[in-house]
Design a protein around this ligand. Structure first.
Ligand SMILES: Nc1ncnc2c1ncn2[C@@H]1O[C@H](COP(=O)(O)OP(=O)(O)OP(=O)(O)O)[C@@H](O)[C@H]1O
Ligand SMILES: [Mg+2]
Length: 249
């Protein structure tokens, strides 16, 4: 089984504070792995670092994506290779409309041909699927969007960009039940032997919906445990305090 992502001994700091410590994780192509861990354990930091966010200092380790060392690559380069993060807190980009953003990013990743024939129809179809009104196309991306609208926008990008590695950072947070159903169904339909997912979530319901191949638990910036779906159930039953105590005992 070939591994699409190899994180090797990654240590990451911000303002001299170590957030990820000697973190290693490998994910085989085509699988979905869940990442859990209490608030502040480093999950979002890991997704930012994987995407190449410049604010973090990598003091040790490397990241191999699809056989390529991407440790020092820019976020743009990583996106072109097929990495994608649906952010926990999507940023507004005033001045850039949704339509322009989609066109530019799809073109940068998949080439000119993709944004020619059939592009508008493809966007329209996805808007419909996700229940996004067409008027959003002329709005500035995430500018004044509600929490749920921002999450729909992240999934719209995912559907349009067709990345190889998808990191979903709490895509479930703040969604009403109907929106959650629409988005999880759209994401599940993206599952493919050539596409790999990292699902960051606090909720067992998401584990039930997506049935990831493995579950990893972070604790204070370290990988504390790896297991199957039963481990997520165990976490749900025990809570983090007792779970961490049980694995360090
Ligand atoms: N820019 C920053 N400046 C200072 N501290 C930071 C910064 N970014 C992250 N941290 C710290 O790193 C730690 C990990 O944060 P991170 O957002 O990765 O946690 P998380 O596991 O995603 O938590 P949550 O479940 O609440 O989303 C926290 O203590 C956070 O305050
Ligand atoms: Mg987070």
């Amino acid at each position: 089984m070939s591994e699409i992502l190899k994180i090797e001994n990654l240590t990451v700091s911000i303002d001299d504070k170590e957030i990820l410590k000697d973190f290693s994780l490998s994910i085989p192509k085509g699988q979905m792995h869940a990442l859990m861990g209490r608030n502040g354990s480093g999950k979002t930091t890991l997704s930012h670092v994987l995407m190449g966010h410049p604010a973090y200092e990598l003091t040790q380790g490397r990241i191999i994506f699809d056989g390529v060392d991407i440790t020092n690559m820019s976020a743009d380069e990583r996106a072109r290779l097929g990495l994608f993060v649906a952010f926990q807190y999507p940023a507004a980009v005033p001045g850039v409309t949704v339509a322009n953003f989609l066109r530019t990013s799809v073109k940068a990743i998949h080439g000119e041909e993709r944004v020619k024939k059939g592009f508008r129809a493809s966007v329209k179809e996805k808007l419909k699927l996700l229940g996004i009104d067409e008027s959003f196309m002329t709005r500035y991306i995430n500018d004044g969007f509600s929490g749920g609208e921002k999450k729909r926008m992240e999934v719209l990008q995912l559907l349009m960009l067709e990345p190889k590695l998808v990191i979903l950072d709490e895509i479930d947070s703040g969604l009403d039940i109907d929106t959650l159903k629409i988005l999880t169904e759209a994401i599940n339909a993206m599952k493919d032997p050539a596409r790999t997912f990292i699902l960051i979530t606090h909720y067992h319901k998401m584990i039930d919906v997506f049935q990831p191949d493995q579950v990893h638990v972070l604790h204070q910036g370290e990988l504390a445990a790896t297991g199957d779906l039963s481990m997520a159930q165990q976490l749900d039953d025990m809570g983090y305090e007792k779970f961490y105590a049980s694995i360090t005992a």
